[in-house]
Structures are given as C-alpha cells and as structure tokens.
Ligand binder design. Structure first.
Ligand code: CMC
Length: 428
C-alpha cells in the first residue's frame, strides 16, 4: 500500500500520498489538497515543487551527479556523440547502429530552410540578438509546415522533431550571417552535424572552409553537456507552453526565449563580457569578486551558482578540462581564461561563496572555448539552445505520452484590492 503523510490544518487531518523516485527522491502528492481543504501551497521560484514525474534526466545537486536516461554525463561526454545523445534522450535507449544511421540520415536531409526564410531574416534589424531571431524563426517553422503540427499524431511528431533538430543550426547560422551582411550558406549534407553548423557559420561563397576536427569535437562535447537538465526554466517553459496542446515549434520557440535570460543560458554571453570588462578596465580578479559580493552593486559573478548544484557542477569540471585541452591544441593563449581561473580560485576560498554554496556552473568556461574558436559572444546562447534542443524535445514528448497530462495552470494568492465601485472618468 502507498505510504501517506498526514497534514493537519485546524481540526482537519488529510492524508497526502508519498511518492519515491528510483533514486530515492521523496515527494508529497498534494494534487487533492485544494479540493479537500481549500488551501493551495506557496512556493515562489518552485524550489520545492515537482511539476512532473520524468525518466529523462537525474541530477543529485549535493553530490554533483548528472545522468541522462541513467548514463553518467562523464561517460556520455567521453564516449558518445551529440546525435547519439539526442536519440537517447528522445527515445529512451542508446541507438543500435541502424537506428543511429536512420536518425542521422533523417536529420541530415532536413537541414535546408525554405527560401522564404531569407526574407524573414532580411526583415530583422542587423543588430537583432540571435536569440530573438532564432525564436522568431523557430516559431515561423509552424507557418511552413501546417500539415505536421498535431502533437497527438506520432508520424507528424516524428517529422517535426527531425526537422527541428536539423534546422536549428541553419537558423542560428543565418541569424549570425544576417548580423554582418554575409550571404546565407546552404547546408552541406555530406558533413556531420557539428561540422555542417561550422560551415554554415564560417564559410562564405568566395572561400572554402574546412572545419577543424579539434573545434568540431569541442563543440560536440559542449552540445552533449548542455543537452538536458531536467525541469530548468526553459524546459519548464517548453512543458508549460506545450501543455496547451500547441505544436512543437511554438513550444520550442518559447523555450528559446526563456533560455535567453542572463540568469539562465544568457549567462554564457555575460561571463565572457564580464571577463573582457575585467581585462579592459584593468581590474583585478579580487576587485571584481568584491563587487559581486557587495549588496550595493548589482553585479554577480556570472557563471557561478546554481539552483540545484550545491557542491559542484559536473559539466563545469568537464568543460574546464576541455578548455585547457582545446586552447592548447589550437595554440591559443587566452587572457580571459587566466582571469576566469583567478576568479574561480579566489571565489572558491571566499566565505561569501562558500557559505552560499556557489560554484562554477556550465557557463563559466564554455564561453572561453566559444571565444577561442571565433564565435561572437552574442551567439553563445544560441549554441546553448542547439545543445538543449533534444532535452526540450524529449521532455515535450514525455509530457504528451503521460495519460495524466493536464494543462499547466498554477494558482495564486490574490493580495489586491477588494471589490470596489467603478468611478467614472469625470469624477476622478
Ligand atoms: N554572484 C554573487 N552572488 C550570488 C551569485 C553570483 N553568481 N549567485 C547567487 N548569489 C547570492 C545571491 O545574491 C543570494 O545572496 P543572499 O542570500 O545574500 O541574498 C544567494 O547567493 C542565493 O542566490 P539566489 O539568486 O537566491 O539563488 P538561486 O538558486 O535562486 O539562483 C542562479 C541561482 C543561477 C540564478 C544564481 O546563482 C545566479 O544568478 N548566478 C549567476 C548567473 C548564472 O551563472 N546563471 C547560469 C546558471 S547555470 C546554466 C543555466 O541554468 O542556464
């Protein structure tokens, strides 16, 4: 029999079913709370609220563990590829060779955008942020594929999923090309996923571009590390928007906007801008750390802190090492990397950061790699979006497969005016 907890409110006692996940997380099921007691719960920021049961991603923030579908992130990072991880997240198992061939082939043949997308990009200002352009273009995909938008039709879902994964790199690269007036490149479907993205970004019709295998490997690794992170802000957005039964493209477009914010994926751009400002203003790392601690200053040490990780972020550990390796292989000496390491060393010994359990997160070193390979800072978060895409899709698919799925609709505690008479304009 399911275990229950008792909740006493005044002289009423109710039983709350207790749930336990496969890794031992415990939850109280309060879904009958309002119906039985008239009360709701308050949890600003949802720090204590489980919005779903999910089999996709497991995080233990105290021990610094991250697993996709049961596989440790360290194993996936060192032994897998981004498309293999995408398959794993979406379909639940590691693919067989023929499944991976089919998946990769299907992604490859959908990389091209409808020619009319060029007009969509051309209508945007040159300095449009790529995240705004990506979100607009992904939303616009729904206008080009009106016959495959039904989230209840498995064939339509499959084609939309493959189109989405195939086209986001093309969309992101077009946003970049538009920003400085270079012609859009056609995808080269003979190239692997990441190499094709680099070609779309850095080739032009007048010059050959051969993606450097070191860079391809580094980006593939970064995409794997970003691929899912359970119910974070953008993923919860994709689920919430998707729960209205809207199509996949609309839900992903909303997720891209959520990711853009500087407290979430936008932090990777902010980190590199922070490092560059420290360098350019001749500040010491110590001086900046003092600023980030001060209550009179709004600066935060960007790339530090996490809602869930309170020990270390395993992604940051992998990226820090990759950063050293990639820069050494490319022969790049980065002053920004030196500053980042100084900041980390000082912050990790500082009582303010120690007491609040603030450690480097996934965004702290990723920008140094993107920067070293020539990616402009305002494209960093678009790369995060390409990485997070299979996670968003997997969570959207899982939600639609849940027989108990309901539209997401939180409650509130109203604290405004009580009913009052309307005063006509001439009497105010
Ligand atoms: N620098 C300085 N102080 C910080 C920082 C930071 N990076 N992060 C948190 N704090 C302080 C904060 O001021 C607060 O102090 P106090 O208790 O004195 O008021 C305390 O630590 C708790 O912060 P919080 O904002 O209540 O914590 P949270 O769990 O709601 O926020 C966070 C988590 C990631 C939004 C926050 O740590 C932050 O803003 N970090 C910088 C932005 C960043 O790197 N974001 C990327 C997150 S990882 C990738 C992703 O999810 O996209």
């Amino acid at each position: 029999m399911a275990k229950t907890a008792q909740l006493r409110i005044g002289d009423q006692t109710i039983e709350l079913p207790m749930l336990e996940g496969t890794e031992g997380e415990r939850a109280l099921d309060i879904s009958r709370l309002r119906a039985e007691t008239g009360y709701i719960t308050m949890d600003p920021g949802y720090a204590n609220t489980g919005s779903c049961q999910s089999s996709i991603c497991f995080i233990n923030g105290e021990q610094g563990i991250l697993r996709y579908r049961g596989y440790d992130i360290e194993d996936l990072a060192s032994r897998s590829s981004f498309l293999e991880v995408s398959f794993l997240l979406i379909y639940g198992t590691l693919p067989t060779p023929s499944q991976l061939d089919y998946f990769t082939h299907s992604i490859r043949i959908h990389t091209m955008l409808h020619e009319d997308f060029k007009a969509l990009f051309s209508s945007l200002p040159k300095d449009a942020h790529p995240m705004a352009a990506c979100s607009a273009a992904v939303g616009a995909l729904a206008t080009f594929y009106p016959d495959s938008l039904d989230p209840r039709n498995s064939r339509q879902v499959e084609i939309s999923v493959h189109r989405m994964i195939a086209k986001l790199p093309t969309i992101a690269a077009y946003a970049y090309k538009h920003s400085f007036g270079q012609p859009f490149m056609f995808p080269r479907n003979s190239l692997e996923y990441v190499a094709n993205f680099l070609h779309l970004m850095f080739a032009n019709p007048c010059e050959e571009y051969e993606p450097d295998p070191v860079v391809v490997k580094a980006i593939d690794l970064l995409l794997i590390l970003h691929a899912d992170h359970e119910q974070n802000c953008s993923t919860s957005t994709v689920r919430l928007v998707g729960s209205s039964m809207v199509n996949l493209f609309a839900a992903i477009s909303a997720g891209i906007n959520a990711l853009w914010g500087p407290r979430h994926g936008g932090a990777n751009q902010e980190v590199i801008e922070m490092l560059a400002a420290i360098r350019d203003e001749g500040m010491t790392a110590r001086q900046f750390v003092e600023r980030a601690k001060s209550k009179d200053d709004t600066s935060r040490l960007m790339g530090f802190g996490h809602r869930v990780y309170k020990n270390h972020d395993p992604r940051a550990t992998i990226i820090k090492k990759a950063c050293d390796d990639v820069l050494a292989k490319l022969g790049v000496h980065s002053k920004l990397l030196e500053i980042a390491k100084d900041l980390e060393e000082i912050a990790l010994k500082d009582d303010y950061f120690v007491e609040r359990k603030l450690y480097p997160n996934v965004d702290f070193y990723s920008g140094v790699i993107y920067n070293a390979i020539g990616t402009p800072a305002n494209m960093f978060t678009a790369l995060f979006a390409i990485g997070r895409l299979p996670g968003w899709i997997a969570q959207w698919v899982e939600m639609h497969g849940d027989p108990d799925m309901k539209i997401g609709r939180p409650r509130q505690v109203y604290v405004g005016e009580n009913a009052r008479p309307f005063v006509p304009l001439d009497q105010r």
